[in-house]
Write a protein that binds this ligand. Sequence first.
Ligand SMILES: O=C(O)c1ccccc1N[C@@H]1O[C@H](COP(=O)(O)O)[C@@H](O)[C@H]1O
Length: 211
Amino acid sequence: MAEVKICGLREPAHVTAAVAAGARYLGFVFFPKSPRAVSGSEAAALTTDLPVGVAKVGLFVDPSDALLTKVLDAVALDIVQLHGHESPARVAEVKALTGLPVMKAVGISGPEDLVLLTEYGVAADLLLVDAKPPKGADLPGGNGLAFDWRLLVGRRWLRPWMLAGGLTADNVAEAVRLTGAPAVDVSSGVESAPGVKDSARIGAFCRAARG
Ligand SMILES: O=C(O)c1ccccc1N[C@@H]1O[C@H](COP(=O)(O)O)[C@@H](O)[C@H]1O
């Protein structure tokens, strides 16, 4: 059984579906190029009535201090997710600026990338182990691409972590079994089209991940 983060929420019905299905983390994308992007005030409106224990995660890609401050003035996030090329030093700066736990996404395509998880484990509070985006991709994540999960077998890091990248209701149980991931993060795999979440797919994914 793994905890679930549903990322890229934009509609109240999908927030409701995620919470009803037992998701522990809800992700809101503050990256204008994404089809899932929302503003701080839109995220605030989507999360007025969340039950205790459901965390609001703000996804940023190489954010300026000004963007972080603007979003946090509008919505009380619980976790900042950094999904760009932020260095370990920048992760520490963001943590100090926001006063929030920071989850750093690390893209994996081969065994040579795994060392980054150790390096980022010093500054970050959580690690997000995602597929490395293809060269030239518009988005650094949210592409529905998986990596070879066998790379993670038997590995442990300094911090709690989530598995992401191309997860769906059909493959998430196997991904968790193989990697031992304590939590999983999904965006494309619970959509009917890029940026369009689907309540039935959210429910099926949570059931499959939570066992
Ligand atoms: O979802 C997005 O639009 C996005 C944009 C920029 C960076 C990351 C993004 N999403 C994150 O990517 C992973 C994997 O997503 P998918 O399930 O393969 O579509 C996930 O952590 C999302 O939070």
